[in-house]
Write a protein that binds this ligand. Structure first.
Ligand code: 1HN
Length: 345
């Protein structure tokens, strides 16, 4: 490079000025540079560590007793992708995780156990394995386990939050509730009956960016997925892929995190697919594999795999495989920059 150019760069630097032309191609590359690496957390390896956390701290003291799933290439960031957070939360019989609210949205995907509930914005819902539960931004929420201490088992779920996304926008706020439990003002099951039964109250209008249904029970989801297998072939790049919707408008269930679930029949393999959204998968039932960048990640129930955006992956089912996933696709779509590619074999 010419000396006069370098001298020029040196002269403008004290004014906090920099030439774009030396940076343009890396600022705006031809296509996304994946952030983070693909990784698998085997539930069988992680589970003992999650359960041991109860020997060290109560849910009350911890506020939320969670082991963060951190992308190995983003150590120290509490990020599983550049925009999303993931963790495994444990609640033991008799415990309460105290009420608070924050601007981050949270989703729960229930992994194991029974007897625990979450209360969100005045309604309690019992959590069962495979249920997808929404905690919208700025809604009071607490969790509890009604089982008898020493008799009932632990309850574990996957938390997905848009913590890095909220941080990026500088819009992180939180508030602790004055009481351990926020008040519950509607009967359990109210939201599902009112908004999640193919019916809507006449005259009702959704005042939230989220689905008014905040627990999508796995029993219903599973039945729908299996019905699809009787009606036609799976999509070549996705399998029988369904998205959780907001019944008020048919849009995604949450404003920042796109949530989906799919079934791949035994023996089925997808063609390569990539999207600009980094995606977190959790295996629900069955057995298979996710292949990405020359790596093979086994999928058995409750295993979690992250695939950075724009890395092509394929899914392979050795037994009927059910996979839940979440990503920031909905935010990207709303902002106009989501891209996807269905690739040939
Ligand atoms: C949170 O409120 C929960 O409510 C879980 O269960 C994980 C991670 C960071 C900040 C708040 C919950 C969280 C969280």
């Amino acid at each position: 490079m010419s000396d006069s150019r370098n001298a020029y760069y040196d002269r403008i630097a004290p004014n906090h000025l920099a030439p774009l032309w030396t940076r343009l191609k890396s600022l705006v590359p031809k296509e996304p540079t994946p952030v983070g690496v693909p990784h698998r957390w085997a539930y069988s390896e992680v589970r003992p560590h999650v359960l041991e956390s109860a020997d060290h701290i109560s849910a009350k003291e911890a506020e939320r007793r969670v082991l963060i799933l951190e992308n190995p290439a983003l150590a120290g960031s509490s990020q599983i992708t550049q925009t999303l957070y993931a963790g495994l939360q444990l609640i033991m019989p008799g415990e309460v995780a105290p009420a608070h609210r924050h601007t981050q949205s949270a989703l729960r995907f229930i992994v194991e156990g029974s007897g625990a509930y979450t209360a969100v914005d005045g309604e309690k819902t019992m959590m069962q394995p495979g249920d997808f539960v929404i905690t919208p931004s700025w809604t009071w929420h607490h969790h509890g386990h009604d089982g008898e201490p020493g008799k009932a088992g632990p309850m574990v779920w996957l938390d997905g939050l848009d913590i890095p996304l909220t941080h990026f926008f500088g819009s992180t706020f939180r508030e602790d509730h004055a009481d351990e439990e926020a008040s519950v003002i509607r009967p359990t099951g109210d939201a599902l009956a009112r908004y999640g039964s193919g019916l809507l109250p006449v005259g009702w209008r959704n005042g939230s960016l989220n689905s008014p249904v905040f627990n999508y029970p796995y029993a219903r989801t599973r039945e729908a997925l299996h019905a699809l297998t009787r009606a036609g072939a799976p999509d070549a790049h996705a399998g029988h892929l369904m998205r959780y919707i907001n019944p008020a408008d048919g849009g995604w269930a949450m404003p920042t995190m796109a949530t989906m679930i799919r079934l791949l029949p035994a023996g089925f393999a997808t063609l390569p697919y990539r999207g600009s959204d980094s995606t977190v998968f959790i295996a629900v039932e069955g057995q298979g594999e996710l292949r990405v960048a020359g790596q093979r990640f086994e999928l058995t129930p409750h295993d979690i795999v992250v695939v950075p955006g724009w890395m092509a992956y394929t899914l392979h089912a050795s037994q009927d495989l059910v996979l839940f996933s979440y990503s920031d696709r909905v935010a990207q779509e709303k902002l106009g920059f989501f891209r996807e590619q269905r690739l040939p074999a």
